[in-house]
Design a protein. Structure first.
Ligand code: IPM
Ligand code: MG
Length: 357
């Protein structure tokens, strides 16, 4: 029997509710499809920080390294600064584990509706590829003369040929694997004359290796308009770390709810474990109430199963999730319903167990 080692890091806020729900669903799938899961539980995050002064232990990465994948919840707490929580845990894993390809699929799931009038599921089926290792999140910069009137802070974006070339290659290859074989490269090279111009040049170079992929370029501001006005014209998208961060929130909202949106932080060469998480964040306004939408966490598990080579289980889970979203009884508050996390999870587990699913 195949065995997969999963490191579960629920983190903060509703991460502590949705990750256990996801693990229940994964156990049901393992039983159904005949593979074994070995789950390591890590209580890292803001509570851990308050006890120890660190978001994760000093040897945290060494502890995670032997796992096949990381199943992550969220970070962020009202009383700990966001840059501390983020850089102390999530980015502290993404960057050293070189999870440079962040993949964010967006679709309108059955039963859900886009806020865009007249837009049906056939009109909106996107995958956003986010550069996840450099760009505006490179962490380059600093502050001088703190507190004085002449205080200065810099936040420098970094674009390297290696970093841009590998994400372009990844995005073109992903576009090629999808039926429409179509990629939109998001840029801002009209205003940003260095990094973004290199980005465009490398996109054009990479395109030559993928003659069967049709591609176009869109400025990031115009891209927001296109996502709203012509969603059908988009399939696969590649954008910088910050641009894709912003566009993927818009994408999730246009598909019905940020509560359903998944993401994979991939190290495509598999030198390090990859990490799978919902994109909704810790949502402390609803934490502890048991009402969080677990669908983004389940869809992230679909991506994790595909990464682990469990394609049949991935398909079964996506099918189960889609049958549940189609049923109005199983909608959480963000989708206009009143179901709680447990009810949705029970329904997905039941759908997984159904004989002919
Ligand atoms: C995301 C999130 C994070 C990001 C936050 C939590 C810092 O918005 O994954 O999109 O900006 O990367
Ligand atoms: Mg974001």
């Amino acid at each position: 029997m195949k065995r997969h080692r999963i490191a579960a890091i629920p983190g903060d806020g509703i991460g502590k509710e949705v990750v256990p729900a996801g693990l229940r669903v994964l156990e049901a799938l393992a039983a159904r499809e005949g593979f074994a899961l070995e789950v390591g539980h890590f209580d890292w995050g803001s509570d851990y920080y308050k006890r120890t002064g660190r978001m994760m232990p000093e040897d945290g990465l060494a502890q995670l390294k032997p796992y096949d994948a990381i199943y992550f919840g969220a970070v962020g707490m009202p009383d700990v600064p966001d840059h501390v929580t983020l850089w102390g845990l999530r980015l502290a894993i993404c960057q050293p584990f070189d999870q440079y390809a962040n993949v964010r699929p967006t679709r309108i799931l059955p039963g859900l509706a886009s806020p865009l009038a007249g837009v049906s599921p056939a009109d909106l089926d996107w995958v956003i590829v986010r550069e996840n290792s450099e760009g505006e999140y490179a962490g380059q910069g600093g502050r001088s003369h703190r507190g004085l009137p002449e205080e200065v802070a810099t936040e420098t974006s970094i674009f390297t040929r290696t970093g841009v070339a590998r994400i372009m290659y990844f995005a073109f290859a992903l576009a090629r694997s999808r039926p429409r074989k179509k990629l939109t490269v998001v840029t801002k090279s009209n205003a940003q004359r260095h990094g973004m111009v290199l980005w465009d040049e490398i996109a054009a170079e990479t395109a030559r290796e993928f003659p069967d992929v049709s591609w176009d370029k869109e400025l990031v501001d115009a891209m927001t308009v296109r996502m709203v006005r012509r969603p059908q014209s988009i399939d696969t998208v590649v954008a910088t770390n910050l641009h894709a961060d912003i566009l993927s929130d818009l994408a999730a909202a246009l598909a019905g709810s940020i509560g359903i949106a998944p993401t994979a932080n991939l190290n495509p060469e598999r030198r390090f474990p990859s990490m799978f998480e919902p994109i909704h964040g810790s949502a402390f306004d609803i934490m502890g109430k048991g009402i969080a939408n677990p669908v983004g966490t389940f869809w992230s598990a679909v991506m994790m199963l595909d990464h682990l080579g469990e394609h049949a289980a991935a398909r079964r889970l996506m099918g189960a999730v889609e049958r549940v979203t189609a049923d109005a009884r199983y909608r959480t508050a963000d989708l206009g319903g009143s179901a709680d996390t447990k009810t949705v999870t029970d329904a997905v587990v039941a759908a997984i167990r159904e004989a002919n699913a």
